[in-house]
Ligand binder design. Structure first.
Ligand SMILES: Nc1nc2c(ncn2[C@@H]2O[C@H](COP(=O)(O)OP(=O)(O)OP(=O)(O)O)[C@@H](O)[C@H]2O)c(=O)[nH]1
Ligand SMILES: [Mg+2]
Length: 394
């Protein structure tokens, strides 16, 4: 069958936004079915299903609602939702391609689907959307995922994938078949799903096209960095377990040139700094303080000072590199104190970046972030030192 399945994993989203998105996807001739995979049968699930059933615009479209299966072994979350969709696509349909979109995109339109279809028609196995983001957004992507890939896999395309955690992507059927057979993918029921999909796509040598959506993604926002703690922990844990992979092939990879950025995105400086500062000084215990002995003395000492006053001015690019290496060597995913410490180290890193880089402007910030990833790859390959990283001009 030459058509595509469009899938929306969802949990508790605005019903009107979600149903609009279902309608936009179902209206596209290339789309054979829309699959909505809910976390559970909650109010959002029943109300959206009712709205779809009663909508005359959808009476000729196939829209399927499922509650996600318990497929994985981590926290039951978005990963079980996405894997349930992959499994349905392979076992219950004969469609050629599967698309994924977050359900909370307020400016979703048929363009999102059609842009992916066009890139896939050019012969790419995977198509991922990327879009302009505010300079303080995507702090897990930059400081955890891209940094981790750069430290561990500097010779591959992994560090240079624009938005490795993005939820908007297309896969050809053969990609879905490979992923759903992989026990690491199936196990990843939590926020780590995007990282494992990205990694496995590259590991299996699938070609990748990244389309640029200049309109950006307008979606529900987080109030402060504390809401990101579980996402941070789950995304870092995948990178931690991925250490030691070898022989990752060189894939065909094309990134569409980024065109415009809206004033809204360019001028936005993201999160609640006041609230975030407090996170550094809260909830310390003796175990966390002793874990800091594993870090280089100057990093351990400065972090420990946070029990008395807020300190983050030391967490520059070089110290973040060293802290990340220490985490990769010593982290214990089962230990709640390691989890808290990872979070605090990351908060100090985000605050350093916000006050030393982000305040200097939009273009300055992105130049810095891209150079940081290049620099980390060079240090990992031992062609540059941490001193070089410190001395690089802007
Ligand atoms: N099926 C399912 N969907 C989930 C679950 N958790 C989150 N989702 C959906 O996954 C999508 C992404 O979740 P968000 O909370 O919007 O995540 P986000 O931080 O905005 O993600 P970014 O777009 O990367 O910034 C949304 O459609 C959620 O409704 C879950 O446990 N199960
Ligand atoms: Mg969202």
């Amino acid at each position: 069958m030459s058509k595509s399945l469009v899938s929306f994993p969802f949990k508790e989203e605005n019903v009107e936004v979600f149903v609009n998105n279902i309608r936009a996807a179902a209206d596209i001739p290339e789309v054979g079915e829309v699959l909505c995979v809910g976390a559970r049968e909650n109010e959002c699930y029943t109300q959206s299903l009712e709205a779809v059933k009663g909508d005359p615009a959808l009476k000729d479209s196939k829209v399927t609602f499922l509650v996600q299966e318990r497929l994985g072994s981590k926290r039951p979350g978005k990963g079980d939702g996405m894997n349930t969709a992959l499994k349905y696509f392979i076992e219950e349909t004969g469609f050629k391609r599967i698309h994924f979109y977050d359900a909370d995109i307020k400016n979703f339109s048929k363009e999102w689907v059609l842009e992916s279809e066009k890139a896939a028609n050019m012969g790419f196995d995977v198509v991922r959307h990327y879009f302009p983001r505010a300079r303080t957004d995507a702090m897990i992507t930059w400081m955890i995922t891209k940094t981790g890939f750069s430290l561990l896999y500097p010779d591959t395309q992994l560090p240079f994938i624009e938005q490795p955690l993005g939820g908007e992507l297309l896969m050809e059927r053969k990609v879905a078949e490979t992923l759903i057979k992989d026990p690491d993918v199936l196990a990843q029921s939590d926020w780590g799903i995007d990282t494992i999909y990205t990694y496995k796509m590259v590991e299996n040598g699938f070609s990748m096209y990244e389309t640029y959506m200049s309109s950006g993604k307008d979606h529900a926002l987080y109030p402060g960095l504390d809401a990101l703690e579980s996402m941070l922990y789950e995304c870092f844990s995948v990178i931690y377990y991925l250490q030691g992979g070898t022989g990752i092939s060189h894939i065909k990879h094309r990134i569409e040139h980024a065109s415009g950025v809206s004033n809204r995105v360019e001028n936005k400086l993201g999160f609640d700094i006041q609230k975030t500062l407090c996170l550094l000084s809260e909830d310390w215990n003796e175990k966390q303080k002793s874990l800091l002995d594993l870090f280089p003395p100057e990093i351990g000492k400065k972090m420990r000072e946070n029990t008395e006053r807020i300190v983050f001015d030391f967490m520059d690019d070089a110290n973040w590199y060293t802290s990340y290496r220490t985490l990769l060597e010593n982290f214990d995913p089962g230990c709640p104190d390691w989890r808290k410490l990872l979070f605090k180290l990351w908060v100090s890193r985000v605050l350093w970046y916000t006050t030393n880089v982000a305040l200097k402007g939009y273009s300055y910030s992105f130049r810095h972030l891209y150079r940081m990833i290049d620099g980390y790859a060079r240090v990992s390959k031992k062609v540059e030192t941490l001193e070089d990283l410190r001395n690089r001009g802007e």
